[in-house]
Each structure stands twice: as structure tokens, then as C-alpha cells.
Design a binder for this molecule. Sequence first.
Ligand code: PEP
Length: 251
Amino acid sequence: MRQKLVAGNWKMHGSLDENQALLNELRIALADMRNMACAVCVPSPYLAQTQSVLADSPIGWGAQNMSEYAKGAYTGEVSASMLLDFGCHYVIIGHSERRALYGETDQVVAAKFAAAIKAGLTPILCVGETLAEREADMAESVIARQLDAVLAVSGMAGMAQAVIAYEPVWAIGTGKTASPAQAQAVHAFIRQKLAVQDADIAERLVIQYGGSVKAANAAELFSQPDIDGGLIGGASLVADEFVAICKAAQS
Ligand code: PEP
């Protein structure tokens, strides 16, 4: 039985004051969550603050990106071991904004994924198609290509240590959610594709849905058999919304 995971992706939002209020609200409201896991992926400068507020809570935390390199002359980059210094458990890898805005190729994403696994972090690997790709009936082939790049480097042993987030690019931050049936179809495709290589690992793999999830649509999405929680952008910045989404994963 897979445990659902709801993770917030704060993106480049927040301030010390805003975070303090949000994290405190989450810590109190989610103190007694059961049968599910929840986490926030915050901007790296706020990892120390997040660690200090959430240290004794069941809420995990992580980062939104990391370098594929362990150390060196990589100005502006943050390594896996730096994330571990601040108690991170998760790191988002290959978010569509990183792929589109910062030129992260499938190969770079695969290298980052491997570096996260090597360090003992749990990568949340984002995959998903653009609107043009969906309209050209290419959603499955794009996702297969994104997964194959990671499998080529880390194999199913790597997948066993990871979480996948299916995030259709057309649904991110747009208010357009994939219908539960549309999302379920892609989640089932991902699980079946991986099951060809290792059925046990594929069955245990947590596959989140991400793309305009909110309190109002979370329960229906999470009730689909292959949707194991969500990666939540905008709604993770609003305490009541995020708490309600976490509770939808619990019920
Ligand atoms: C995301 O950025 O991962 C995301 C799913 O964003 P939103 O929930 O705002 O669509």
C-alpha cells in the first residue's frame, strides 16, 4: 500500500516574515496527520528557517533544485550535501520551469537525479508534456523519453528511491487541471512503463500529480488508483488550502 505524499513547491515566493507565519500554521494544523506524508520545498535561502520551525513536526522539507556536481567552481549553485546540512529530505528535480527557463535537458536532469540519489536525498522527478505535445498526441512519448533519460543513468534502483510528479505543463499555474481521468491515464502509463523493468518497484513508486491542484479538486484527483498525492504550487502558499489538500490525501 503506497502512502500518499503532498509536497508544496513554493517557487520563488516568500520572505522571513511570510514564511514564519505560513510554517507555523502548517506545523500546528498538520501536527497529527496520519497515513500520509507532507513536505514543503522552499527557496534555498529559507532552508535554515524551515528546518528550525519544522524540526519537531511530521512535515518534511526540501529544495527546488540542486547542482549535479558535488563541489567546485559553479557560481550560484547549491550541492546535495549543502541541502543535507539543512536537513532536507526532498529535492525537486527537472521541474518544467527549470527545463523551459534554464535549459535543463533530459541529460542534465538525469545527472541531477543521480547526484540526489547518491547523496541520500529523495528526488521528486517532474515529467510532463506541453500543450502542443498533448495536442500532437505525444504526451506518452515525451514522458517516456524523460523517464528513459533518468533510467539510463540511475536504473530502477534509482527509481526505487524517488518520487515522480506528473505535471502537465499546460496545467501548471494556469488554473487548468487535468481531469482526474486524464491524469489517471498518464499515471497508469508511467507505472506500467516502469513495471516492465521491475513490477515491485513500480507498484511501490509514489507518483504525484501536479498542476493547479487546490482544495476543491484534490480529493477527486487523489481518489484515482495511480495518483499518490500531489505537488502543489500556488495553493501551497495559502495555509488553509495546503492543509485542506493534505487532509484530502489522508482521507
Ligand atoms: C508546480 O509548480 O509544481 C505546480 C504544480 O504549480 P501550480 O500548483 O501552481 O499549478
